[in-house]
Design a protein around this ligand. Structure first.
Ligand SMILES: NC(=O)c1ccc[n+]([C@@H]2O[C@H](COP(=O)([O-])OP(=O)(O)OC[C@H]3O[C@@H](n4cnc5c(N)ncnc54)[C@H](OP(=O)(O)O)[C@@H]3O)[C@@H](O)[C@H]2O)c1
Length: 339
């Protein structure tokens, strides 16, 4: 089979399609013939050497796939060969074949395309977990979503719309405002030309918001904390400010690390604010929680409440272009790789 390898740390040019033997399913496992694989910001960070969880290079990364079961191991009763499934995988997804425990392959709802199937797991689980499990989002609250036109951002907008009376403020570059408005953002903010902290204050009559979803990191976490109303929560789930150029810069990384705020429990108590973190990759040991959330998301898809937005689809041989598009901030929604 063919797979997209990150051959060494560096720019997009280090990506290479290589031929490797097909994996076979062991007992209790199934093999998926991959039709679409998700590309995530974490893959870009892994390529740059900025992702501590990444496997040792050379490696095939990729956290999510959609495809057709084409081999089953002993003892597997479901899914069966020929079933259309989507799945989370811990690396190795950007390949023609993927082997995983049978229970991790979820049947795809009718009407869902392979592209939508591969666009759903990481972005929607991250947004769902941050908004509902951690953020306890409830009727009538207000949310600030950063990177609102990205994969997780759009998932968060759609999920906010599934709860009555939520006001959503979102940061994105101006060219993407029409799209995020369409996806449910009430107040798009052009963070590139405006001070978003000031703007959020104005838009909320100085009260701030109940929830901030922040994968920017560094000084933005400080701003997000300041924007919380009493009882509010800052949910941190990424550090995109680390990856400003195509290659790793230790100077940028050091500057960013120095700007990370320190939160004291005493200050949290006195401010009536909370700070929480989400790392879906570290929930691998909690399959019941994660698969339960995935079930809930598939139910929302069946009800028509969420609809993964695919930005673009690239062949494996074009992985370089896919990374450039994601990292160049050109995408709106999900970037996919197809064998
Ligand atoms: N913790 C977890 O489990 C988890 C899971 C998934 C993703 N994440 C994190 O969530 C973040 C968003 O992921 P995604 O897949 O939604 O990203 P994405 O689809 O690549 O979206 C990124 C968009 O965010 C905007 N942006 C604003 N500041 C940026 C910056 N400093 N660097 C890059 N882009 C910036 C850009 O749009 P504009 O044109 O509007 O600037 C860009 O197009 C990433 O940091 C990722 O690592 C975390």
């Amino acid at each position: 089979m063919r797979a997209v390898f990150i051959t060494r740390r560096g720019g997009p040019e280090v990506l290479e399609v290589r031929e490797v033997p097909d994996p076979g399913p062991g007992p209790g496992e199934v093999r998926i013939d991959v039709r679409a694989a998700g590309l995530n910001f974490a893959d870009v960070m892994a390529r740059m050497g900025l992702y501590p969880d990444a496997p040792r290079l050379p490696a095939v990364v990729g956290y999510e796939v959609a495809g057709v079961v084409d081999a089953v191991g002993t003892g597997v009763t479901a899914p069966a060969s020929g079933d259309r499934v989507l799945a989370l995988v811990r690396f190795g997804g950007q390949a023609e074949k993927v082997v995983l425990p049978a229970g991790h392959a979820m049947p795809m709802p009718e009407g869902m395309t392979f592209e939508q199937g591969a666009a759903l797991p990481v972005n929607y689980l991250t947004a769902f977990h941050a908004l509902f499990r951690v953020g306890h989002l409830s009727r009538g609250q207000s949310v600030l979503v950063h990177m609102a036109a990205g994969g997780v951002g759009i998932a968060a907008l759609q999920l906010c719309r599934s709860v009555p009376g939520i006001t959503v403020l979102g940061t994105a570059s101006a060219a993407k405002h029409a799209v995020i408005r369409d996806e449910g953002c009430h107040h798009p903010i052009d963070y590139r030309t405006r001070d978003y902290e000031k703007e959020v204050r104005q838009l909320t009559g100085g009260r701030g918001v109940d929830l901030v979803l922040d994968a920017l990191g560094g000084a933005d976490w400080r701003k997000g904390y300041r924007l919380l109303r009493p009882g509010g929560m800052l949910v941190t789930y990424g550090f995109a400010n680390m990856a400003t150029g195509p290659r790793r810069s230790l100077l940028v990384a050091a500057r960013q690390l120095l700007s990370v705020p320190r939160f004291s429990p005493i200050a949290l108590m006195d401010d009536n604010r909370g700070v929480a973190g989400v790392n879906m990759g570290h929930l691998w040991g909690e399959p019941e929680m994660v698969l339960g959330e995935l079930e809930a998301l598939l139910a929302l898809f069946r009800e028509g409440k969420i609809r993964p937005r695919v930005d673009s689809t690239f062949r494996f041989e074009e992985a370089t272009l896919a990374h450039e598009r994601l990292q160049g901030r050109a995408s709106v929604g999900k970037v996919l790789l197809v064998p």
